[in-house]
Design a protein around this ligand. Sequence first.
Ligand code: TYM
Length: 326
Amino acid sequence: MNTRVFSGIQPTGVLHIGNYLGAIKTWVALLDDHECIFCIVDQHAITVPYEPAGMQARIFDAAVGYLACGVDPARCAIFVQSDVPEHTELAWYFNTVTPVAYLERMTQYKDKSAQFHEQINMGLLGYPVLQAADILLYKAGIVPVGEDQSQHLELTRDVARKFNRLYGETFPEPRTLVGTAPRVAGLDGAAKMSKTLDNYIAINETPEEIWKKLSTAVTDPARKRRTDPGTPEACNIFSLHAFFSTPAQRARVAEGCRTAGIGCLECKRLLAENIARELAPIRERYEALRNDPAAVRRVLDEGAERCRTIARETMRDVKGRMGLLR
Ligand code: TYM
């Protein structure tokens, strides 16, 4: 067993191919050689306005998504953050060592507070502190994520360093592991793929749904007519081919685009077919698991049990060092 791995996803709806390519595929690749812990971070998801009535369904969907993508519970722990109360407890202790100025600098905080300017709460500002607690509670050394999480991971290392300096060597400084898809573009061509922007393809969409979304997706903006030659490097859709198509297919599409030999629809059709092929087994498992909520619940219960044991041990250590143990 190598260094411990930790990562998490917010339960904000069904998982999309950005989550799958940017994070989950890397998780699955680590399963064999590492002790892995994967979390559904419900306490992060409540820092912006949300609908409480649907929360359990969203958590369930996230769990089903993890399992359907091949996150095998026999080789890792999968659990819900709020099932292990030590996350928020450790976050409080970390609050006392984290400069507010560091948090105010976070890009995600700035974006979210612009978006929800009437509801900027302490939880939104402290979001990265809770994320640091998630990771350091398990003394994880590797955190596989998409590129958008790099800044939060830097803060995690800052928190670990600061805590270690004040209270003695306690936490490792975890490494950010960005895989082969650091930033998957959204279908709008303007931003990264995300649930909030509704520019995504979900992991359980049917070939028809995938085609419907792709057919209207933005391509190279300079290629206005079928007869215009295009620039594949400037095309959103071409960037997605990198994850789903073979090198030969990509070369053919790029050449066809540059010479106006093929149109955007043809290029999209090939991509749609390839995405549908890769997602087919995931969708199948997804549907099967949705019909077995008891099995999914069992995975989450067992995961929380394992994590609580590790979490309690870390908290004893932390409280002892901070002078809080009788
Ligand atoms: P979240 O829920 O926004 O995203 C989950 C994971 O998916 C990756 N991702 C992407 N990767 C590539 N391209 C994209 N378009 C794309 N969209 C999302 C994210 O980088 C992430 O790896 N703060 C985290 C959740 C979190 C966490 C943690 C992560 C809480 N505690 C501890 C790691 C460790 C977040 O909001 O991810």
